[in-house]
Write a protein that binds this ligand. Sequence first.
Ligand SMILES: [Zn+2]
Length: 109
Amino acid sequence: MTKFEQELKNNNFLCSHCTTCDKLVWPPSDFCNNCFSDVVWKPVSRFARLIEFSRKDNEYFCIAEFEENIRVMGSIQNSSNLKINQPLFLVKCDYDGIERFVFEPVLTS
Ligand SMILES: [Zn+2]
């Protein structure tokens, strides 16, 4: 299991960050995909926005985008009236052979 996956399992969403390029390295890696420097790990904001969603039975699946164009696939709970681009909050992440991301819509007034 990679460090990224281990942290996901602990409900921590971290990404590798290259201090030389000053950017997040996605997909996460122990080396920068641009300059091959070592990376540091830092938490990613748990707020995302909804890029795409689909419904299967009573489950909603989505593509969500975090800061710096990090996109993941996940599911949405307590969803109603979903709109593209609406804010989402990452409630839970996990790893059980595949990456799991569970979101909830952020209610805006
Ligand atoms: Zn770099």
